[in-house]
Design a protein around this ligand. Structure first.
Ligand SMILES: O=C(CO)[C@H](O)[C@H](O)COP(=O)(O)O
Length: 236
């Protein structure tokens, strides 16, 4: 168990951003629970508030098996998109955020469920430490692309044809990483991406590509924590 005193600065910023976003949760909400280390702080904060008798009627929609396991272990009640096809508010992390609040996500491999939940949400708050901010997507992070195992070598050639340097993500013991759906991930280094919308359209047109980590037009608010403090950027 990590105590607040031995948290690294970056981890502290992740926690502060996550905790600020939790302030936006209202009683009775259906809340999308993102994946990754920053989003895990959202689940922990929700559990701590429940222990104080607050937000006890909030239910979460987990975006990954990992988040589901964490939430269950902390007693946070969960639901599904089948039961609640519209989510009031989702709080999730990101790997890279550009000035238009376009994102690269999927460092934790949960991109497909994260995007499904984001698209089902009325509001999507992204929580990051300031190190995730980037002038142009692709500068600091590859774009994860989830592909069906069927025909994966063809997808690899297609992705290289788009100009990416690709790496098939590895799981435990050097075996291919598998997503919660049993698919593969290629991390695609494009370098700084000039027109993310065009790249997203090409990826979406390809059969066998199940999801990609470009999240465009899905962020409604951003919470960024840095040495200067915590900033909640809302639409103007
Ligand atoms: O997209 C994600 C998982 O698929 C995460 O939100 C992203 O990788 C950020 O992770 P972290 O909060 O651990 O830095």
């Amino acid at each position: 168990m990590t105590s607040a005193s031995d948290e690294s600065e970056v981890v502290r910023f992740k926690r502060l951003a996550a905790e600020r976003a939790v302030d936006s949760i209202q009683p009775g909400m259906v809340v999308g629970l993102g994946s990754g280390s920053t989003a895990a702080f959202v689940v922990r904060r929700l559990a701590a508030l429940r222990a104080e008798g607050r937000l006890t009627d909030v239910v979460g929609v987990p975006t990954s098996v990992e988040t589901e396991v964490l939430a269950r272990s902390l007693g946070v009640p969960l639901t599904t998109l089948e039961e609640h096809p519209v989510v009031d508010l989702t709080i999730d992390g990101a790997d890279e955020v550009d000035p238009q609040l376009r994102l690269i996500k999927g460092g934790g491999g949960a991109l497909l469920r994260e995007k499904i939940v984001a698209q089902a949400s009325r509001r999507e708050i992204i929580v990051v430490d300031a190190g995730k901010l980037s002038p142009r997507l692709g500068t600091r992070w590859p774009v994860p692309v989830e592909v069906l195992p069927f025909g994966w070598r063809s997808q690899a050639l297609f992705l290289e044809g788009l100009g990416a340097r690709i790496t098939r993500r590895e799981g435990p013991g050097g075996t291919p990483y598998r997503t919660d759906q049993g698919n593969l991930i290629f991390d695609c280094a494009f370098g700084p991406i000039e027109r993310p919308e065009e790249l997203a359209a090409k990826l979406e047109a390809r059969a066998g590509i199940v999801a990609h980590g470009l999240f465009i037009g899905l962020t409604s608010e951003l919470v960024v924590a840095s040495p200067e403090g915590v900033e909640h950027r809302r639409p103007v």
